[in-house]
Design a binder for this molecule. Sequence first.
Ligand code: SAH
Ligand code: SF4
Ligand code: F3S
Length: 449
Amino acid sequence: MTADTAAKKVFIKTFGCQMNVYDSERMTEALAGDGYCETTELEDADLVILNTCHIREKAVEKVYSDLGRIRDIRDRRRRDGKDTLVTVAGCVAQAEGAEISRRSPVVDLVVGPQSYHRLPELLKQSRETGTRIVETTFPDEEKFEHLTQKRQVRSATAFLTIQEGCDKFCTFCVVPYTRGMEYSRSVADVEKEAQNLVESGVRELTLLGQNVNAYHGVTETGAETTIAGLIRRLARIDGLERIRYMTSHPRNMSDDLIAAHADEPKLMPYLHLPVQSGSNRILAAMNRKHTAEEYLRIIEKVRAARPDIALSTDMIVGFPGETDCDFEETLALVKTVGFAQSYSFKYSSRPGTPAANMDEQVPDGVASDRLTRLQYLLTNQQERFNAQTVGQTIPVLFERTGRNGGILVGRSPYLQLVQAEADAALLGKILPVAIRGHGPGSLSGVIAA
Ligand code: SAH
Ligand code: SF4
Ligand code: F3S
């Protein structure tokens, strides 16, 4: 048994989206209050947490293969007289619950995303009783209120979850089942966390939500505000220089949010607005509730408000029933928009979602070919976008040191990675950088006098 007084170590591995990154940070903070320090060495960990993702089959398989490796390490540690508590958190925890410890008996605790504020208590319970615990209910209490208020940030940029869950029920997607119904944090709660982050050195905030632009938090007066209203409030915080948000749904791309891109200087010219497909037939089968034309109309409005905006999307190929013709429409839409950035995936059938039972599943080889063609196009678009910044001088927020000495890495307003020779004292500062070169994924430049 590890003595309670010794410094305990927690190893946390995060899969999936930014919301999981945010949740992992919050869990680490909650555990720090319990005397846990973070370690990057699995072998040293008294507590291992896998914060998992259920979105595609591959993501889930990775979790189970990690659990196999963790079992070996736990057995080795046990021979040295050390205990290891193994926790599975995140969306696999929520979706599979007790099935996880049946498949992987090494798991002591399974905890869903709505119960992270109870983590210290659940761990104590597990340690004291030696029983397996599964906590995947959607409790009434507000988890954010119970998580520590003092954020421990180490960078000039931070994520801030303002909205969780999704009621859109796209037919391919597990999120409405793993994250529950849509919920928005109050404006006061978000403002307090933002203020706290800025006081500890954060210059750029990325507001997060599975459907972030569906945000409808209450203000002090009890009225609801949109994400545009929230952004305008946060923009008043002195010391906060940049605001971003993700992920947005085309259905919630309201005019006031588009207008904020035109006249709120702290709102960065970047929009991640997944379209998934360019075929109206497939969009309807996906239950996306928008057509390709409606999406293009939104893009036009956004570009009218902010002509230089960088656009980003998620795409799925090989959705059940997708024909060559449908796929050609996807390529056509991508060519029309011209994306600066993108994520594209082969459709993955998820148990329990409506699409899993649809006829005409697309053969894997066909989906792979389509993905290759789509990614070729999208990579070219990204490269073209990056190439056009060469020769420009753009403000870069330096976030971290590069792998090579003397190099700092930061982000442009368009979320491009930028590398420049700079002194480490410039970390956390926004400086003009003359862009000299580009690769597919990053830019390089020199700090302008
Ligand atoms: N809320 C966001 C995205 C959430 S999931 C939105 O509505 O766009 C992130 C991305 O994973 C999705 O945009 C989609 O492109 C992809 N995705 C989700 N389910 C998938 C599945 N079953 N197979 C393949 N890709 C999937
Ligand atoms: Fe999933 Fe659709 Fe909700 Fe996005 S909008 S999280 S893709 S169900
Ligand atoms: Fe994955 Fe859950 Fe995020 S399924 S993408 S970790 S919301």
